[in-house]
Design a protein around this ligand. Sequence first.
Ligand code: FAD
Ligand code: EPU
Length: 338
Amino acid sequence: MLQIQQNISLKPYNTFGIDVKATFFAEVFTEEDLKTLFESEISKSNKLFIIGGGSNVLFTQDYDGLIVKMSIQGIESKSDGDTVKVTAGAGVIWDDLVNYCVAHHFAGVENLSLIPGTVGASPIQNIGAYGVELKDVFESCRAFEIKTGQIKTFTYSDCNFGYRESIFKGDLRGQFIITSVTFALKTAAEINTSYGAIETELHKRGILNPDIADVSAAVSHIRVSKLPDPSTIGNAGSFFKNPVIEKHEFADVVAKHPDVVHYPTADDKIKLAAGWLIEQCGWKGKIAGNTGTWKNQALVLVNHGGATGTEVFNFSEQIIDSVKSTFGVTLEREVNIL
Ligand code: FAD
Ligand code: EPU
């Protein structure tokens, strides 16, 4: 039974652990719940924000509107030759889906192990890690159109996926609520260990012919060593995107900073490692009041306890200014600021 609650603390609903309140809060377990909710007067007369695991948001003030928490559950799979289609409800915890796929020998999402958050949010910023992006396994998603109350299906080509981008963050921002996602995975494992430290970690473990469970375990291990656990130190992962710049802009940067960490992109641009830029400016592991950057990964801003969203936001402004004046590069926030 759908309930709309009032004056709810959002502290348990965001991994930064910011203590703000929402005027209205509703948890949705079915597509029917969404229909009922959007027939209510409260939904019509308030601004609204959809939340999954709250692992990519920073609340800088109380939310004077309706927070809709997506909790639609369920995972189903259908095999067809060496392909398997797996469909999961928006509220399924992303890493539970990964574990389900690994346990069933469905290959494709193992490199995305241990990313916090929900399945429903995964297409929003096209989550990515260790050489794989959501788009590589995305088949389609169902989404509720707020204006009409209709369910629409989006296929891969509808979604305009890019690095930390999709149509849901772009042209259709705020218009659709994803209710389930279908993934196209492989039953015959295709392992991808080329990125970052995966090979080294597998080697250390003495694994010469890894399966997807080995890749998942290696990725999880690397992540734990670099990233703070939100259950003990509030954070939202990378606070900024890695900046993507034109080659001529890169020429200026590399002339002054020959060791700048960078990668070519598929569209002939250059991606810079924002963590490196921030570290070079002296911010790595810095503590500023209740906030700071993580000691093992300067791209992650943390809440050391009791930080306000404004404090974290203001700290991020200082980092942006500092990187701009040192490298001439503008960092863009990845985290959604509210
Ligand atoms: P939320 O933070 O709740 O929401 C994020 C955005 O999606 C908001 O705009 C929200 O309105 C929207 N949204 C959520 N659910 C829906 C829905 N059902 N329909 C429509 N809109 C919706 N991200 C990566 O890409 N790669 C990483 O490696 C990575 N590592 C991380 C590590 C840590 C420790 C943390 C804390 C975060 C990390 N992240 C990473 C960021 C985060 O995990 C992802 O962005 C994740 O997809 C957010 O999921 P969520 O359910 O918490 O979304
Ligand atoms: N680096 C530094 N100093 C730092 C951090 C990084 O010099 O403090 C250098 C590293 O040495 C390395 C390079 O930067 O050479 C890249 O670092 P890393 O492999 O840790 O990855 P990242 O580019 O910092 C991105 C994603 C992560 C994702 C990892 C792994 C973005 C914004 N971040 O981080 O995603 O897990 O790659 O694929 O693209 C997130 O989005 O929240 C997130 C954690």
